[in-house]
Design a protein around this ligand. Structure first.
Ligand code: PEP
Length: 249
């Protein structure tokens, strides 16, 4: 039985004051003890979040390809994130693949760097609308995962989380239907199972893309959906709380 994870990606949002208020609201939520919960604030807010949150894990939205200290101006290493109180890190979010031109190889290097510093990487994969319309959704996301397996080996996935986030559903209000999402999650699990059935069965694959409290229960009821990676809705503590409750049912 896989334990669900609900994670909030705050992206580049929030002043110190707004984030402090959000952290206080989250810390007072009554969380089901059957769900793991995490938030991914911006870099300047990580230490504060790790300090304030008792039952919610903290992760960063990105890390450097170099795990340790290095002359890399503007970068933050997984070692520094761990030191700041993080336990997780997103790698390969579609906004970084798109805006920063991160390739599968770069994402795989970040995955390895994260694990070598003791962080759990949350590997984000997803197809564009064009790729979906061309019938290439499963091929695209499978290749994104295979690139990490080629670099890190399949056993490395045992200590990671996979996030399926169709690019066309992120921040657009368009959610994949539960059936569309399940189809891709199942295909991803089968692809991993070709390397190791044990790793595939234990791997948490969460869905992301305009998840709301109203859509969460049906998505999370799917056999291969093990929770959610939530963007916009995670900035509202009541909405995020309701999504967490849905994952616990
Ligand atoms: C995300 O960016 O990871 C995400 C899922 O965003 P949203 O929920 O806003 O679509």
């Amino acid at each position: 039985m896989r334990r669900p994870l609900v994670a909030g990606n705050w992206k580049m949002n929030g002043s110190l004051q707004q984030v402090s208020a959000l952290l206080a609201a989250l810390d007072s939520l009554a969380l089901p003890d059957t769900v793991d919960v995490a938030v991914f604030p911006s870099m300047p807010h990580l230490i504060l979040a790790a300090d304030k949150l008792k039952a919610i894990a903290v992760g960063a939205q990105d890390c450097s390809v170099q795990a340790g200290f290095a002359a890399m101006t503007g970068e933050t290493s997984a070692t520094q994130l761990k030191d700041a109180g993080c336990s997780l890190v997103l790698v390969g979010h579609s906004e970084r693949r798109e805006l920063q031109g991160e390739t599968d190889d770069v994402v795989a290097s970040k995955f390895v760097a994260a694990q070598s510093a003791g962080l759990v990487p949350v590997l984000c994969v997803g197809e564009t609308l064009q790729q979906r319309e061309q019938g290439k959704a499963i091929e695209t996301v499978t290749e994104q995962v295979e690139a990490v397996i080629r670099t890190a080996g399949v056993d490395a996935l045992a200590n990671s989380v996979l996030a399926y986030e169709p690019v066309w559903a992120i921040g657009t209000g368009l959610t994949a239907s539960p059936e569309q999402a399940q189809q891709v999650h199942e295909a991803l699990r089968n692809a991993v199972a070709c390397h190791s059935d044990a790793v595939a069965q234990g791997l948490r694959i969460v869905y992301g893309g305009s998840v709301k409290a109203a859509s969460a229960a049906e998505l999370f009821a799917q056999q291969d959906i093990d929770g959610g990676l939530v963007g916009g809705a995670s900035l509202d503590p009541d909405e995020f709380g309701a999504i967490i409750v849905a994952a616990g049912k």
